[in-house]
Design a binder for this molecule. Sequence first.
Ligand SMILES: [Cu+2]
Length: 153
Amino acid sequence: MASKQLLIVAAVLVVPAFAADLLVGDDKGWAPNVDYDKWVHGNEFIVGNTLVFKYAKGQHTVVEATPSNFAACSQANSLRLWSSGEDRVALTTSGQRWFFCGVGDDCAQGMRFNVTVLPAVKLSSSSPPPHSRGGSVAAVLAASAVVVAALLF
Ligand SMILES: [Cu+2]
C-alpha cells in the first residue's frame, strides 16, 4: 500500500527530467510584455522536453524561423507555424531553435525567444557532465532518496 504511493512519488520526480512540458512564459503564457529572455534563462531545455505555447487562439501564433528571419521578425520562409492556442512543440533534437509571434508587431515588441536544446542525459557518458545537467541528476537522486526512505520507514 505505502510502497505503491511512494513509487508514484518517485515516478513524478523522475519523469520531468526526461519528458517535461515547459509552459512558455509560465503563468503569463504566450503574450506581449513578457520577458522571454528571463524565462529562457530560468529553464533547462533538453531533448525529450516539449514547449507548450498557451494563448487566445487568433490573437497570436507561433512561428519557427531561421536566425536571420527571427532577427528580422520575418515570416518569409518560416520553418513552421502553429496557431491552435495551445501549441505543443517537441524538442526532438539538440541545437538552437528560434520562435516568435507572427501577429501584428508582437515580435518586434519582444514576443520572441530562442533556445538551445541540450542532449538528453546519458548516464553512461564518460565525459564530465556539463553544469546544465545538474538539475536532472539531482531529480534522479532525490527520487532515489525517496525510495530509500520508503524502505527504511
Ligand atoms: Cu502575438
